[in-house]
Design a protein around this ligand. Structure first.
Ligand code: PMV
Length: 310
């Protein structure tokens, strides 16, 4: 039996501007994980049991674009082994379709567990590339930030079309992640920003430049361990996200609640309009901030430590 797990992720800074060539930072969320177990089986048919996703099926019955079937088929092809005589069990505590990288985490965990089952080595780059192939099935042209941050379990500094850079976290810090409960398709938010940009390129480019500056500064602060200064940058980034039209009343309410309860900063994370709000907290403020977020309408709150796993 081989068991591997992979973390969730959040975008800390730079969403939307990243689509226009500015950098973004994403970090692993190790407190929520997807776990894959591969076991030998006498049955030639590969059975997949993903209870948290309410799914149980045979590989042969799954269509080509099924993400779990796709990662199994692609990994077996990559390893040069037949997809038979094993079973795959998937357990995940990562909320699905909430910008937390659940799909990428399942892919990474399954690829690693399969490689170990067949006594083969896959590099982190190879695992990340396999997960990217599966991301493409569903997102069309994903940036690649999700599979990278999840496979490497390190903060990622990402610029579209450039090699991905990972970097160190000099001092751990705490982030509260609050779910607005509102599903917001990334595609639609990205489309609306594009329309607005087409209407006033100069103004939008200037905002993206400002966001790019915030992301570069944030990386420096994280590498230096000056983490409490990240709060001010989060608020500045949130203001710009609001100006480009991707905030919402629910998001603003959660941001205000977090800051009112002592968070050093807060912003939306991901596509916006709904999804998650993240807040920078400390051991002292985390309880009050989490409570304030629940009180302000969050349907889920996770407090997670962002730290170097190496
Ligand atoms: O919510 P997520 O993790 O899908 O993030 C979307 C991030 C955007 O910058 C809005 C889009 C993108 O492709 O980078």
């Amino acid at each position: 039996m081989t068991v591997f797990s992979a973390p969730g992720k959040i975008i800390l800074f730079g969403e939307h501007a990243v689509v226009y060539g500015r950098p973004a930072i994403a970090v692993p969320v190790t407190q929520v994980r997807a776990e894959a177990t591969v076991e030998p089986s006498r049955d030639v048919r590969v059975q997949i049991d993903a209870r948290d996703l309410s799914r149980r099926f045979f590989l042969d019955d799954a269509p080509d674009d099924d993400p779990i079937a796709a990662i199994i088929r692609r990994t077996c092809a990559r390893l040069g082994v037949p997809a038979r005589n094993f079973s795959v069990r998937i357990c995940s505590t990562i909320p699905v379709a909430r910008g937390l990288g659940s799909g990428a985490a399942v892919s990474v965990a399954v690829a690693r567990a399969l490689a170990a089952h067949f006594n083969r080595a896959l590099s982190t780059d190879e695992v990340s590339a396999l997960a990217y192939e599966v991301e493409k099935l569903h997102h069309g042209t994903p940036s690649g930030i999700d599979n990278t941050v999840v496979a490497f379990e390190q903060p990622v500094y990402f610029v579209r079309g450039k090699p991905i850079e990972t970097f160190r976290i000099a001092r751990p810090f705490l982030i509260a992640i609050a779910d607005t409960g509102i599903a917001s398709p990334t595609k639609i938010a990205v489309r609306d920003v594009r329309r607005a940009w087409e209407g006033d390129r100069a103004r939008y480019e200037a905002r993206f430049d400002e966001i790019g500056g915030i992301v570069r500064k944030a990386r420096e602060l994280i590498e230096q361990g000056a983490v409490s200064a990240l709060g001010g940058l989060m608020l500045k980034n949130q203001e710009l996200l609001q100006q480009i039209g991707v905030s919402s009343d629910e998001i603003e309410r959660l941001v205000d609640a977090a800051v009112g309860a002592g968070a050093e900063g807060a912003k939306l994370s991901g596509a916006g309009r709904g999804g998650n709000v993240i807040a920078l907290v400390t051991q002292e403020t985390k309880g009050a901030v989490a409570q304030a977020l629940w009180h302000a309408g969050a349907v889920g709150v996770i407090v997670t430590e962002i730290r170097d796993e190496r």
